[in-house]
Design a protein around this ligand. Structure first.
Ligand code: ATP
Ligand code: MG
Length: 335
């Protein structure tokens, strides 16, 4: 990575953030903010693409997501945190990008295909939802981001962004737009507590960063393990076992985790013992986040003020790129 790269990521304010967000993206944001120029976006416009009938939900979750950011250590002095819908250069660039992508290409984005299926849309998918990858390409490129720390479910969306950047630069014979790269963490996708491949807000299988100690305990107790591991003596599977994936992601004592894995594979190690250790690990990780979040939640006005200032700064940066874009396209009429 270059010494001063530009980084952009975001989250949909459809609910509070969970351990999957931490692993896939938040951890990298906290680590990268010191050395790089970072923008973090609360993607309310994108969230509305599949929640048009419930703007109240989106509104409420803007504060919740901001609290999660600050609680995990995203520092507003180092990172520009902003609200997507207030940066109007983004929908403008989205409109120009839409002319550079075919309907057929949109229909074949694997992430979107899977989500349409999960949401049960069939043919009745909102057009706004179909084009969200184009909107996301505009989010990324309006800030000239070089890197996007995301979970691996987002790889096809970044690929589509790269295609759009190339097409734009080729069509308008310019190099104004920058090709971004996905930054994927070593655990590219945290599974849900139900064993599904992805922990997700909308799948009801998440441990939230803001869950109480009691909620975390209940969720860990219920967590899916290896279904073939029926009796304690049976050899168990570690790969694809969410309890071990969570240990890999959040445990600090790697030697102890290796030992547990060995023992589990051999047989003779009960799920309840591994879960007890996982609970300890998760409580240690979550306790300080939970405390900071509670503190911050006492002053929502302060948090909203951070978003207001961040949005102003984001607007300045985005507007600058928009001027260059209009110049490159030759639609800077009053120059
Ligand atoms: P929704 O269900 O509303 O789509 P979500 O839980 O999928 O919510 P997003 O806001 O869509 O969350 O995702 C924000 C970011 O977090 C993306 O970069 C995504 O890749 C990452 N992310 C979300 N869930 C996981 C996960 N289980 N493992 C790794 N990364 C994840
Ligand atoms: Mg998602």
């Amino acid at each position: 990575m270059k010494s001063k790269s530009i980084i952009l990521t975001g989250d949909r304010p459809t609910g509070k953030l969970h351990l999957g967000h931490y692993v896939g993206s938040l951890a990298a944001r906290v680590a990268l903010q010191k050395e790089h120029t970072q923008f973090v976006m609360i993607a309310d416009a994108q969230a509305l693409t599949d929640n048009a009938d419930n703007p109240q939900k989106i509104r409420e979750n803007i504060l919740e997501v901001a609290l999660d950011y600050l609680a995990v250590g995203i520092d507003p002095h180092q990172t520009t945190i902003f609200i997507q819908s207030l940066v109007t250069a983004i929908p403008e660039l989205t409109m120009y990008f839409l002319n550079l992508v075919t309907w057929n290409r949109l229909k074949h984005n694997p992430t979107v295909k899977l989500e349409i299926q999960q949401k049960g849309y069939g043919e009745e998918v909102p057009a706004g939802f179909m084009i969200y990858p184009v909107n996301q390409a505009a989010d990324i490129t309006i800030f000239k981001a070089n890197f996007v720390p995301v979970g691996d479910d987002q790889i096809p969306v970044i690929e589509q962004t790269v295609e759009l950047v190339r097409k734009f630069n080729r069509t308008y014979k310019t190099d104004v737009l920058v090709e971004p790269k996905a930054l994927i963490a070593s655990i590219a996708r945290l599974p849900g507590t139900d064993g599904k491949a992805k922990m997700s807000k909308s799948l009801g299988n998440a441990i939230f960063l803001s869950d109480t100690a009691d909620e975390v305990m209940k969720k860990v107790k219920m967590m899916y393990t290896d279904p073939g591991h029926l009796r304690v003596e049976d050899p168990g599977k570690v790969e694809g076992n969410p309890v071990f994936t969570h240990l890999d992601a959040f445990g600090t004592d790697k030697a102890k985790i290796e030992e547990l894995k060995e023992h589990y594979r051999r047989g003779g190690l009960g799920d309840s013992i591994v879960k007890k250790y996982l609970l300890e690990v998760l409580q240690t990780f979550l306790e300080p986040i939970r405390k900071r979040r509670e503190e911050l939640a006492k002053d929502p006005k302060h948090v909203m003020d951070i978003l207001f200032k961040g949005t102003e700064a984001a607007n300045r940066a985005a507007h600058q790129t928009l001027i260059e874009i209009r110049q490159a396209m030759g639609i800077d009429y009053f120059r």
